[in-house]
Design a binder for this molecule. Structure first.
Ligand code: SF4
Length: 321
């Protein structure tokens, strides 16, 4: 699946990551030609483009998000804590281009500068495909993803998550897959999701008001696009879930509950902003708490909204923080 390629001569090379279905290469970093690097088989046909040496370093960006690579980062990790009873978490990316104001995944980034810049960078785990191809996942329960969104904006170009899902969809090695996303790009992979015997795609939709959504999640797709995407996935016969977590200020939870009920989700969950129980633990970022205070959004209003939602989503699990 992977091939190690040694460049032909000593020089500085611009390493390009070739999106699987697009012609435009993304220059991701510069290396010396003595370094070896792995490329995916699907990129091998594009090799002539590696002949363009001595280009300046061009950091790949998508919008305001800087795109980098991690060559050896682990894509699967034993699931600790509360990931729906899963055996492993699967994170194809490090960082996240969505940059939600409340995200506490940033806390897990050891580099303080990168932590502070959360939402402006995303790194591709370019060894992910090899790792998944070699892993024994048959019957294991996988949560994708816990510390990023597997359907990043860059995913539309590079199809990294798609390749992993495709590998896992092989009936002889299929895991039980739980997809967690807030990205309409997930609907692109309906053809692959259909191959799984046990799968659920959970969509995060955190408020009923796009104005509010824009303030808390300016880098994310609109509520409408997320609803359309999860409706398309459900219409394809794929089990879906809804995550209204963290619940952001709501305008009309009663009407929103009615609308969501039409999506046919069998599982749904809501919670207030995560609050760490101790110092130095992952916590909701202060910006989100300030915004919530601006809207007068507190525990009482969250509870009332959750009860209104539950009238239409009887299976809704109402969590705390
Ligand atoms: S999409 Fe998920 S991982 Fe990305 S910033 Fe938002 S909450 Fe964090």
């Amino acid at each position: 699946m992977y091939r190690t390629v040694g460049p032909p001569a000593e020089s500085m090379l611009s390493v390009r990551f070739f999106p699987f279905r697009e012609q435009t290469p993304i220059v991701i970093r510069q290396i010396t030609s003595r370094q070896k690097f792995t490329i995916m088989d699907s990129m091998v046909t594009q090799l002539p483009l590696f002949e363009e040496f001595a280009e300046p370093v061009i950091p790949a960006t998508l919008g305001l998000v800087q795109v980098g690579i991690r060559e050896r980062a682990s894509v699967l990790n034993r699931a600790g804590g509360d990931y729906l009873g899963c055996d492993y978490t699967l994170n194809p990316y490090v960082g996240c281009g969505f940059g939600c104001s409340y995200c506490y995944a940033a806390f897990y980034v050891p580099d303080l500068e990168k932590r502070a810049a959360w939402g402006t960078w995303v790194d591709l785990k370019v060894d992910a495909e090899r790792q998944i191809a070699q892993a024994d996942l048959k019957g294991k329960k996988i949560f994708m993803s816990s510390a990023t969104d597997p359907y990043q904006p860059i995913e539309a170009k590079v199809c990294l998550t798609r390749r992993l899902v495709e590998l896992m969809s092989d009936p002889s090695r299929q895991p039980i897959l739980r997809v967690q996303t807030r990205s309409p790009i997930a609907a692109r992979d309906i053809d692959l999701f259909r191959r799984f015997e046990d799968i659920r795609v959970n969509m995060s939709i955190t408020t009923d008001c796009d104005e509010i959504r824009k303030r808390f999640e300016p880098g994310c797709a609109s509520i409408e696009r997320r609803i359309e995407a999860i409706a398309a996935i459900a219409d394809a016969g794929i089990p879906v879930g809804l995550s209204i977590s963290p619940m952001l200020p709501m305008r009309d939870p009663e009407a929103f509950g009615k609308r969501l009920a039409g999506l046919g989700a069998k599982v749904s969950f809501t919670a207030m902003f995560h609050q760490a129980k101790q110092d130095f633990q992952a916590n909701t970022r202060p910006l989100a708490l300030e915004l919530a205070a601006e809207y007068g959004w507190d525990e009482r209003r969250y509870r009332l909204a959750a009860i209104a939602l539950k009238r239409h989503l009887p299976h809704l699990h109402i969590g705390d923080r």
